[in-house]
Design a protein around this ligand. Structure first.
Ligand SMILES: [Fe+2]
Ligand SMILES: [Fe+2]
Length: 153
């Protein structure tokens, strides 16, 4: 939990998606491949939306690690595109291997790379008397950080 609801919700959504993928590992190869064909695009779209949200917020708060973080996101999208390329060209990509790859990446990215901006936001909030601050995005949207959020990092 980082204290920004939209990010925390998206991270939870990502973990739910990965769990759902593991739940579809049945050992029925044909069934798994039909599901993988559907979920692979869904996963990429979800992840792209999440990356865009994080990048907007990091940019708006002038987070120093923004460029490197964005680069990590880009590298990941390229790696996933490679997996999709294999899959679409008929090479064997199993639901188990793709789910495992996604799980490992998502968990380590949140724990190591995302954590850097969690710490930064917490520092920003600690300078405010009420532990809250708001972020104005380019599109006029206001994002609220509250260290009082349950599980706030
Ligand atoms: Fe993230
Ligand atoms: Fe990230």
């Amino acid at each position: 939990m980082c204290g920004i609801k939209v990010i925390d919700d998206q991270h939870k959504g990502l973990v739910d998606l990965v769990n759902d993928m593991f739940n579809h590992v049945t050992g029925e190869e044909e069934e798994e491949q039909i599901y993988l064909n559907k979920v692979i695009e869904e996963a990429v779209n979800y992840i792209k939306v999440h990356f865009a949200t994080e990048e907007k917020i990091m940019n708006a708060t002038k987070f120093q690690g923004y460029i490197e973080h964005k680069e990590e996101h880009k590298k990941f999208i390229l790696t996933v595109a490679e997996h999709i390329g294999y899959f679409k060209s008929g090479k064997r990509v199993t639901l188990m291997s793709f789910s495992k790859f996604l799980k490992d990446w998502v968990l380590s990215h949140i724990a190591v790379v995302d954590k850097q901006y969690f710490v930064y936001f917490k520092e920003m909030a600690s300078q405010k008397a009420d532990g809250c601050f708001s972020i104005s995005l380019e599109d006029g949207e206001e994002i609220l950080y509250s260290s009082a959020n349950p599980g706030g990092f």
